[in-house]
Design a binder for this molecule. Structure first.
Ligand code: HEM
Ligand code: HEM
Length: 185
């Protein structure tokens, strides 16, 4: 059935918005995560450093909202069958990577939020300051930032596996897998 070649259109739009947003969040996060606040300030100056942190937090919270919508569009609508069907290995690996990506992309913004709030820093979302919801606890904050970094690396590995899988289906197997998420086919 032709209409079942693809995920529903809003789900495909969400896939590509999240993919682009995650790349930007990883790039900005690893930039100031690696440099540290003092060195970032020295290199980029006050205005740009503040803008980097504010945009990272805003983007992270936006990704949390987009992922929530995405879980709804994933659960509420029919997922197309694979035609031709995937073999058992492909099915197990791709489903595991997809589920782990969903999990990591929900945990990541929550960790960022909790680390920021327990560090006593503002939860900035565009020009608003959202409530921190958790009391200031600096020791816990450092631990949560460490986990924010670790889950960040896990997302890098999962996304690399995922893109390698997509390239394999598109360029080597020449099957219909990439079409399922395409905005244009
Ligand atoms: C999917 C969403 C997010 C992604 C992919 C992401 C990614 C990252 C990465 C990779 C780092 C560098 C970690 C390190 O090298 O140790 C980082 C740092 C940081 N993130 Fe996020 N983040 C997200 C959401 C958030 C949110 C929602 C907030 C706060 C509301 C936040 C606040 C921060 C802060 C303050 C740092 C700097 C930590 C430091 O200076 O050590 N992040 N983020
Ligand atoms: C160039 C980059 C990317 C390409 C070509 C791509 C391609 C695809 C394709 C073809 C599918 C459908 C697979 C199927 O249903 O069997 C898919 C699904 C999926 N993609 Fe990507 N993707 C990319 C980037 C990303 C990124 C960066 C993320 C998350 C960080 C991501 C998360 C997912 C998830 C979770 C699914 C499972 C289907 C669902 O949304 O429920 N993708 N992708």
């Amino acid at each position: 059935m032709h209409e079942l070649d693809h995920y529903i259109y809003p789900h495909r739009v969400l896939h590509w918005l999240v993919a682009g947003g995650v790349l930007l969040a990883l790039a900005s996060g690893f930039t100031f995560g690696t440099l540290g606040y003092a060195r970032t300030l020295e290199l980029f100056g006050n205005t740009l450093t503040n803008l980097l942190y504010t945009s990272h937090k805003t983007l992270g919270i936006t990704l949390l909202l987009l992922m929530t919508l995405r879980i709804i569009t994933r659960l509420a609508f029919v997922v197309p069958d694979h035609d031709p069907p995937l073999n058992a290995f492909e099915r197990i690996v791709s489903t595991s990577v997809h589920h782990l990506l969903y999990l990591a992309l929900i945990i990541m913004p929550l960790l960022g939020w909790a680390a920021t709030a327990t560090g006593g820093y503002p939860i900035e979302f565009f020009h608003w300051h959202l409530p921190g919801l958790i009391d200031e606890r600096p020791a816990l904050s450092s631990q949560l930032y460490v986990w924010h970094g670790r889950v960040g690396w896990a997302i890098v590995v999962l996304a690399a596996l995922h893109v390698a899988g997509a390239l394999f289906h598109w360029r080597i197997k020449h099957d219909t897998v990439t079409k399922r998420m395409s905005l244009f086919d």
